[in-house]
Design a protein around this ligand. Structure first.
Ligand code: ATP
Ligand code: MG
Length: 573
């Protein structure tokens, strides 16, 4: 990262969308109102890309003292489910936004859409077309060649009204015909070449039941929904830029009062991440992940379960801002904001993920001491807790080496280290498993005068280790997550390949029998923890009273280097 820390914006100027709104307000448009909407299709869970759109739409409403609606764009009855509707509401709320009474569904407007379709037919601006889907495609032309008029284009108003009524009453099978706008088959913009307004779908709708067997197309229902809700600025992603002329055409040709202004911005793309509901659904259905809220998923629910905070996600969205050109954000930037936030909020605790037994031979058997341990050096208000010390402890396997490499300041035969919050210990020996040759026990002597982490002679030690008293330890599983994809751009695959070819086979490592300090038996869901020298963790919902499960949210930056450094300077964390 350059000289600025990521949260410092180099310029404090407003983004181009807020500039547009300022211009509209200055011109006296919309009676000074600003009204936006977030319009998800309930066909999957929301992801971090949606968070960008949510922060933008709700953020603008807040900045201008307007409102932001939550509208379910439920025009595709086959793919939509109540589970998605519920999860979307939960996620928007969790991100910290409130739509108040403004919760809507595009299906609320089906009657209106139908009436406006009749109006278009009556004006000679829509017709029923019997071309097959293949023929429609053939007639459409290409970006460089104009299309051809449908032979059904000149049907009379009367005939169109009759046929549309038959479509509506279920007399035709699916695919038999479409209602199309009558615009211009030679239009340079393909979206304007008599686009479909309605198709037949003999599918029950979650909200309208069996009332309809024709459903409006997104490009038709969307401007109408926006206008009926009196939206002032309809903010969407760049792929809709070419649809804007159609958005305007629909509103210009029906007798509806409002005409919201569509503004497009670049969608969020992120390295090592797939942001498409279709692909995320595939990962869920194919069992590559445990579900939509698998902590490796870039979904809001996955990030939440992983321990990401809403505040960090909002700060990230704020920092990336909005732009007119597509680009890809480094996932490390998101991780930066998570660390920043967790550093402030996480309670510190000691947890040994890969335990190695340490016996302190000169410490009396049966004695137990309590040491005060600060809960968060960044937040004095977080207070302190007691950690228990006894003769047998666990340390991390990697904190002991029979033959220490150069610059290794942890435990090795003859070496002295500090145990965080407790005593100095010196290694006097170790035992190996006879069969495997693995070191399974380390023996030490402690210096009783070093209680609390210092000595009368002010002796320096370079290493500080975390530890857990064996007799008091709480067992837990730890799930260590890595990136779900190996490739910076998972969608970049050779001919015939698939984004799933880039899945990281090692994205989840499960550690069993981790040893945690006793206070973590009371760990609370939703509370972030920093396991000292390890990483940030949170309790997973799979935990039960008998079995704790922790998710690794994100590693500590340069954790080892930083610790060694600080210890070397005699400072402790
Ligand atoms: P996907 O491509 O993941 O399937 P979508 O665009 O089909 O997403 P919608 O439910 O239609 O999903 O999206 C709701 C809103 O969120 C839309 O306004 C859309 O433009 C916006 N949105 C979706 N993906 C992103 C993204 N990656 N970055 C920013 N905004 C996004
Ligand atoms: Mg969509």
């Amino acid at each position: 990262m350059a000289e600025n820390t990521p949260e410092e914006k180099t310029e404090k100027s407003k983004d181009f969308i807020r500039n547009i709104i300022d211009t509209d307000l200055a011109a006296g448009k919309n009676e000074g109102r600003v009204e936006t909407r977030f319009p998800p299709e309930p066909n999957g869970y929301l992801h971090i890309g949606h968070a960008k759109s949510i922060c933008l739409n709700f953020g603008i409403a807040a900045d201008y003292k307007g409102v932001c609606h939550l509208r379910f764009d439920d025009t595709n009855p086959e793919k939509e489910e109540q589970e998605y509707v519920d999860s979307i509401q939960q996620d928007v709320k969790w991100l910290g936004f409130d739509w108040g009474k403004h919760l809507y569904y595009a299906s609320d407007y089906y009657d209106k859409c139908y009436e406006y379709a009749l109006e278009l037919i009556n004006k000679g601006l829509a017709y029923v077309c019997d071309l097959s889907p293949d023929e429609v495609r053939e007639h459409r032309g290409t970006p460089t060649a104009p299309g051809k008029n449908s032979p059904y284009r000149n049907r009379s108003v009367k005939e169109n009204l009759e046929l549309f009524e038959k479509m509506r009453s279920g007399e035709f099978p699916e695919g038999k015909c479409l209602l199309r706008a009558k615009i211009d088959m030679a239009h340079p913009n393909i979206n304007m070449r008599d686009p479909a307004l309605y198709r037949i779908k003999k599918v029950r709708h979650d909200r309208t039941g069996d009332k309809w067997c024709i459903y409006p197309m997104y490009d038709y229902a969307h401007p109408i929904s926006d206008a009926l809700e009196n939206i002032t600025h309809s903010i969407c992603t760049l792929e809709f830029e070419d649809h804007r002329p159609l958005y305007d055409w629909v509103l210009d040709n029906i007798s509806i009062k409002a005409h919201p202004r569509q503004v497009e911005f670049a969608r969020l793309n992120m390295t090592y991440t797939v942001l498409s509901k279709r692909k995320l659904l595939q990962l869920v259905n194919d069992g590559n992940v445990s579900g939509w809220d698998d902590p490796r998923m870039p979904t809001i629910s996955g990030l939440r379960r992983r321990g990401y905070t809403a505040e960090a996600i909002r700060n990230f969205c704020d920092r990336i801002g909005v732009d007119k050109t597509n680009s890809t954000i480094d996932v490390a930037l998101l991780e930066y904001f998570i660390r920043e936030d967790l550093n402030k909020k996480a309670l510190r605790a000691m947890a040994v993920l890969r335990p190695l037994k340490v016996v302190i031979d000169n410490y009396p058997e049966g004695r137990v001491e309590e040491f005060d341990a600060e809960n968060n050096p960044e937040d004095p208000a977080a207070g302190s807790r007691k950690v228990l010390f006894s003769r047998e402890l666990y340390i991390e396997q990697e904190d002991f080496k029979e033959v220490p490499p150069k610059g290794y300041f942890r435990l090795s035969p003859g070496a002295e280290v500090r145990l965080k919050h407790a005593y100095y210990i010196t290694c006097t020996g170790f035992k190996k498993d006879e069969k495997t040759g693995e070191i399974n026990e380390v023996h030490c002597q402690y210096d009783p005068q070093s209680r609390g982490g210092g000595t009368p002679d002010n002796r320096k030690v370079k290493g500080t280790l975390h530890w857990v008293s064996a007799a008091h330890a709480v067992d837990a599983d730890a799930r260590l997550y890595e990136r779900l994809f190996n490739s910076e751009n998972p969608d970049n695959v050779p001919e015939g390949g698939d984004f799933k070819d880039n899945l990281n086979a090692n994205s989840l490592e499960l550690l069993k029998n981790c040893k945690l300090e006793k206070s973590l038996a009371e760990a609370k869901p939703g509370q972030p923890y920093q396991f000292l020298r390890n990483a940030y963790f949170c309790l997973d919902r799979d935990s039960s009273a008998g079995k704790l499960v922790f998710n690794r949210t994100v590693t500590l930056r340069d954790s080892w280097a930083k610790m060694e450094n600080k210890s070397a300077k005699g400072k402790d964390r």
